[in-house]
Design a protein around this ligand. Structure first.
Ligand code: CP
Length: 329
C-alpha cells in the first residue's frame, strides 16, 4: 500500500490486515509505556485545510505513539490565506522533511491530486476530502463493529474476522457524508450488508447503484433488527451553501430520522449505536441514545488512535528504516 486515499482501494485481505495490525497495536496501548520505537526518525505532516478535532488529534497521537516527529499544519493562520496553493504548501512541507502527509481538505479529490500529481514523493493519507471519502473513519468504525460483533460474524475468530453476515443501518445526511461513502465500500468489502436510510432530499444521485439498500423509512429499517445503527451528522455547514431546504425543520427531521429514546428501546439487545462525531444532540441523535450503554461513540474515538497507528505503520514501516531500531512492534 503506497497511499490510503479511499476504502474502495482496499480489498478484503488488505482491510483485514489493517484491522489485525490495529488490534495488535491497541493491545500495546494498555502497557505502562505506550510508546513504540517503530517510526523513530520519521516525520508525519498533518495538513488540515478543514476543521477537525478527532481525526487531527488522533493522527498526532498515533504518530507520536510510534515515535515519529509530527508537524501540524492548519490552513487557518498559514500562508494559504495569502493565496498559496496546495502544491506550494505541500512542497514546502516536503522540503522540511515530511515522510508522510495526512491531509484533510474541503475539496473532494485533493488527496488524490496530492498523491498522483508528482508534486511530492511520500505516502498520502486521506483524512477526509469534501463529501468523497474518510477511509480511516471507516476503518475505525469497522474495527469497532468487529470488536463488538465478531462472534456473530460468519467467520469469526480471535483475529482475521471479517463482518460476514452482519447488517449495518446507516442513517441521515448521506448526501454530504464522506463517512457514509467510505463505510459502504469498506463494510461491504468485509462482508456486511448495509442499508442507507435518509430523506429523499439527502440521498445522493446514484446511491441506488452503490452496494447498499436504500430506504426512506427509519422505523421499517429498524424493524429488520440490525446489528449496528450508524447515525450520521446533519452537515448544516454544507447545506447553507446550497440554500438549505433539505428538510422542513430540525424537529421534523428528529421525528422522522432521529434516533429517539423510543427507537433506541426497539433495537435488538446486541445492537450497537455508532456516530462518527461531532454530534448534533437532539437532531440526528437523542442524548439518551448517545449516552446509552450500547453507544460506542467514545470507544470509536479511542479506536481511531490504534487504527491510525496501523495505517502509518503499513505505509511507513515497510520503507527503509532510518535507524537500526527498525519496524518493531
Ligand atoms: N469524525 C470526524 O472526522 O471528526 P472530526 O471532524 O472531529 O475529525
Amino acid at each position: 500500500m503506497r497511499h490510503l486515499l479511499s476504502t474502495a482501494d482496499l480489498d478484503r485481505s488488505a482491510a483485514v490486515a489493517l484491522l489485525d495490525t490495529a488490534e495488535e497495536l491497541a493491545a500495546t496501548q494498555s502497557r505502562e509505556i505506550r510508546k513504540l520505537p517503530t517510526l523513530r526518525g520519521r516525520t508525519v505532516v498533518n495538513l488540515f485545510f478543514e476543521d477537525s478535532t478527532r481525526t487531527r488529534i488522533s493522527f498526532e497521537a498515533a504518530a507520536k505513539r510510534l515515535s515519529a516527529d509530527v508537524i501540524n499544519f492548519a490552513a487557518k493562520g498559514s500562508s494559504v490565506s495569502k493565496g498559496e496553493s496546495l502544491k506550494d504548501t505541500a512542497q514546502t512541507l516536503q522540503a522540511m522533511g515530511a515522510d508522510a502527509v495526512v491531509i484533510r481538505h474541503q475539496a473532494s479529490g485533493a488527496p488524490h491530486r496530492l498523491a498522483h500529481s508528482g508534486w511530492i514523493d511520500v505516502p498520502v493519507v486521506n483524512a477526509g476530502d469534501g463529501t468523497h471519502q474518510h477511509p480511516t473513519q471507516a476503518l475505525l468504525d469497522a474495527f469497532t463493529v468487529r470488536s463488538h460483533l465478531a462472534a456473530r460474524a460468519g467467520n469469526a475468530g480471535p483475529r482475521g474476522a471479517d463482518l460476514t453476515g452482519l447488517h449495518v443501518v446507516v442513517v441521515g445526511d448521506v448526501l454530504h457524508s464522506r463517512v457514509a461513502r467510505s463505510n459502504v465500500d469498506l463494510l461491504t468489502t468485509l462482508g456486511a450488508r448495509v442499508t442507507l436510510v435518509a430523506p429523499p432530499t439527502l440521498v445522493p444521485v446514484g446511491a441506488h447503484t452503490w452496494p447498499a439498500a436504500v430506504d426512506y423509512d427509519l422505523d421499517a429499517a429498524l424493524a429488520t433488527e440490525p446489528d449496528a445503527v450508524m447515525m450520521l451528522r446533519v452537515q448544516r455547514e454544507r447545506m447553507s451553501s446550497a440554500g438549505g431546504g433539505f428538510f422542513p425543520s430540525p424537529q421534523e427531521y428528529h421525528r422522522r430520522y432521529g434516533l429517539t429514546r423510543d427507537r433506541l428501546a426497539r433495537l435488538p439487545d446486541h445492537a450497537i449505536v455508532m456516530h462518527p462525531g461531532p454530534m448534533n444532540r437532539g437532531l440526528e441523535i437523542s442524548a439518551e441514545a448517545a449516552d446509552s450503554p450500547r453507544s460506542t461513540i467514545v470507544e470509536q474515538v479511542a479506536n481511531g488512535v490504534a487504527v491510525r497507528m496501523a495505517v502509518l505503520y503499513h505505509l511507513l514501516a515497510g520503507a527503509p528504516a532510518p535507524t537500526t531500531q527498525g519496524a518493531n512492534l
